[in-house]
Unconditional design. Structure first.
Length: 394
C-alpha cells in the first residue's frame, strides 16, 4: 500500500460550503453572497499596527528579537500583559505564571484536552449545544468522547440537563460565551448555578472559550465567566484573532484560574506538550506587538453590530425565528417550515452561502456570519430579497 492510499479526512463543514457556493453561482450566473465563515473584515487596531510596523523596522535594521524563537510558555512581556488583562476582566489575581501563550484559541482548547488525555486517555467532555463544530473533533482526536447537552433557550433547563449528563466519567466541559453560533451570553445566574454544580463535581475541568467577549451589541454586557463561576478547576482560552480583526494571525493564550491546583506544574507540562505535537510556540512577533499595545485592542465593531441588529429585525419581520444574539459575529435563523439543512439548501439555490445548524447541534437553524464582507453595505438589500423568496414552501 502506498502512503496515504486510503487517507480519508472529513471535509471542513464550513470552508467546504464556500467552494460549493462559488461553483453553483458560476454555473447559474448568480452573484454569490457568502455568509459562511466568521472572517471579520475592516480596519485593524491602529495601536497594534503601529507596534507591528515598529517591530518590522527594527528587524530590518537587526535590532530586534521579535523574529526569533522565544520560550514555549511565551514571551514574559506578553504573559504579564495578558495576565493584567485577565485580572481586569475577571477581578481575580492572575499573574504571568498562570498563562500559556498559544497560536489561537483552537490550539488552546485542544492543548487542554490533550493534557487530560495524557493524564488518562478516557472519559467524556460535555458540550453545550450550540457548540463550535471542531470541538467534537478535538475531543475525539484526544481519545475522549463528546457528550452533547441539548439546546434550550431556557438557562434553567440547560442547568438541569447538565446535572443529568455530568458523571464520574466527565473529564471536562466546554462553554463558549458569547456563543458561536447563537450570540448568547450566559447570565450571572447561569454561571453561578453552573459553578455550584461543578463544585460538587470537582474532577471536571471547565474550559471557557471566549474569542468574542469584546464584540458585544449596544445595550448588552459581557458577563465574565471565571469571575462568576467561582470554580478553581477552570481555564479561560482567549484569542486576539477575532477581537483584533487579525483572523489570519493565530495568537492567544490559556489562563488557568489563579487558584488552579499546581498551576505552575500544569502550565509547564502543557507548554512541553506543544513541540511534542508539532507546535513550536505562539508567534513571537505577535506577542511583542500585543505586549506593547493597550488591551483590549481598539477595534471599532459598530458597523457590523448595527448590521446584526438590522438583520435581526429584517428576518423577524419576514417571519423567521432568530435567536436573540447579544454578542459575537453570527446570527442563528430558523425557517417556519424547513429544517436547517433544507433551509441551507434552498438558500444555496438562491446564491446565499450559510452553515446548516446540524453542524452546531441545532438542526432546525442555519448560521449566518454577519461579519462577512457580503453581509455588509448594499448587499443587505439583496440578502433580504433572497430570504424573502423562500419564506413559504413552494
Amino acid at each position: 500500500m502506498r502512503p496515504f492510499e486510503n487517507l480519508d479526512v472529513e471535509e471542513d463543514k464550513i470552508r467546504g460550503i464556500k467552494e460549493k457556493l462559488i461553483s453553483y453561482c458560476k454555473q447559474n450566473n448568480l452573484h454569490p453572497l457568502d455568509l459562511t465563515q466568521g472572517n471579520p473584515v475592516g480596519s485593524i487596531s491602529k495601536d497594534y499596527a503601529q507596534n507591528m510596523k515598529a517591530l518590522l523596522d527594527a528587524e530590518v535594521s537587526g535590532n530586534s528579537l521579535s523574529n526569533a524563537y522565544c520560550s514555549s510558555v511565551g514571551h514574559p512581556d506578553f504573559l504579564r500583559a495578558v495576565a493584567d488583562l485577565e485580572k481586569r476582566v475577571n477581578g481575580l489575581p492572575f499573574t504571568d505564571k498562570h498563562i500559556l501563550a498559544v497560536p489561537g484559541a483552537a490550539v488552546g482548547v485542544s492543548t487542554l484536552l490533550y493534557g487530560l488525555s495524557e493524564e488518562k486517555p478516557e472519559g467524556e467532555v460535555l458540550l453545550l449545544a450550540p457548540y463550535f463544530p471542531p470541538y467534537a473533533k478535538y475531543i475525539e482526536h484526544n481519545g475522549l468522547k463528546p457528550r452533547i447537552v441539548d439546546f434550550d433557550v431556557d438557562e434553567e433547563a440547560i442547568l438541569n440537563s447538565i446535572k443529568e449528563n455530568i458523571s464520574q466519567d466527565t473529564r471536562a466541559m466546554i462553554i463558549n460565551s458569547p456563543n458561536n453560533p447563537s450570540g448568547h451570553i450566559y447570565s450571572k445566574d447561569f454561571l453561578e448555578g453552573l459553578g455550584k454544580i461543578l463544585r460538587q463535581n470537582d474532577h471536571v475541568l471547565l474550559i471557557s472559550d471566549e474569542p468574542y467577549r469584546n464584540i458585544i451589541l449596544p445595550g448588552e454586557e459581557m458577563v465574565p465567566v471565571l469571575k462568576n463561576i467561582n470554580y478553581e478547576n477552570s481555564a479561560v482560552v482567549y484569542s486576539f484573532s477575532k477581537e483584533g480583526r487579525i483572523a489570519g494571525s493565530r495568537i492567544g493564550y490559556i489562563a488557568l484560574h489563579p487558584d488552579f491546583p499546581d498551576y505552575r506544574k500544569v502550565i509547564s507540562a502543557l507548554a512541553n506538550s506543544l513541540p511534542n505535537r508539532g507546535i513550536v510556540q505562539a508567534p513571537t512577533r505577535e506577542q511583542f506587538a500585543l505586549a506593547k499595545s493597550n488591551l483590549p485592542l481598539d477595534v471599532d465593531w459598530s458597523e457590523m453590530l448595527n448590521h446584526m441588529k438590522g438583520y435581526f429585525t429584517i428576518f423577524s419581520d419576514l417571519g423567521f425565528e432568530v435567536l436573540p444574539a447579544k454578542g459575537g459575529l453570527f446570527l442563528s435563523v430558523k425557517h417556519p417550515d424547513y429544517d436547517g439543512s433544507e433551509f441551507h439548501k434552498r438558500l444555496l439555490e438562491k446564491g446565499v452561502g450559510t452553515v446548516p445548524g446540524v453542524a452546531f447541534g441545532i438542526r432546525d437553524y442555519i448560521r449566518l456570519a454577519i461579519c462577512a464582507k457580503d453581509a455588509l453595505g448594499m448587499n443587505s438589500l439583496l440578502i433580504e430579497d433572497r430570504f424573502k423568496n423562500i419564506i413559504k414552501k413552494s
